[in-house]
Ligand binder design. Sequence first.
Ligand SMILES: [Zn+2]
Length: 236
Amino acid sequence: MKITLLTGKTFDIQAALNMDIKIIKSPKAKRLTLRIDAKERLPILTIPSRCSAKRAVEFVEMHRAWLEENLQKIPAIKHFENGEKISLMGKEYIINHCPQKRCGVMIEEDNIIVSGSKEFLHRRICDFIKKKAQEQLLKKSQTLANKIGCHVNHVSIKDTKSRWGSCSSLENINYNWRICMAPKYVINYLVAHEVSHLLHQDHSREFWQCVKKLCPDAAKGRLWLKNYGKELYRYE
Ligand SMILES: [Zn+2]
């Protein structure tokens, strides 16, 4: 991207840096800032309007080592592939791509059979998991809610990169679709957590007692999410 300088000339910062970088020229920015967009795997440089291009280039050069180090740390994006083993609601399956079939996505014993062209394989499995998530997490939430005399209005499946679940005061629960690929005790913990919010909107002692009552393995499930949850976030 070329930016227009105060002098009216244009200057190509990316070319000067020989780097893939997104440049945002912001009249509101007070200073140069550099951050990394993990999803895009791209550095983002914000330039205040009164900053020279030379200064901007120097600024990025100064942080080049930091950028490279941290870009490398971003876990690679994963796409579902033929032959891959995945866990779905606590059961192991093998992805079996059968391009000639006309079944969409279906479960056959230990296989998740996916028809159609290879380029749609990943998307089809994502959609399939989201549908399963909607059905089964709704059922699980209702069962646990009944145990504590509560009611679940609606369960939605979300695609956020930052939360596993949430519960609103209107008795609606949201879950991240990727949770379906976690071990069963982890799914149970998350459902117990969100359902307990129907009674307690905070993370008080009473809240955690309720979680434990609904899911005795809660601590183990919570620890798993903390340690391995990011692996599941690799699926886009
Ligand atoms: Zn919570």
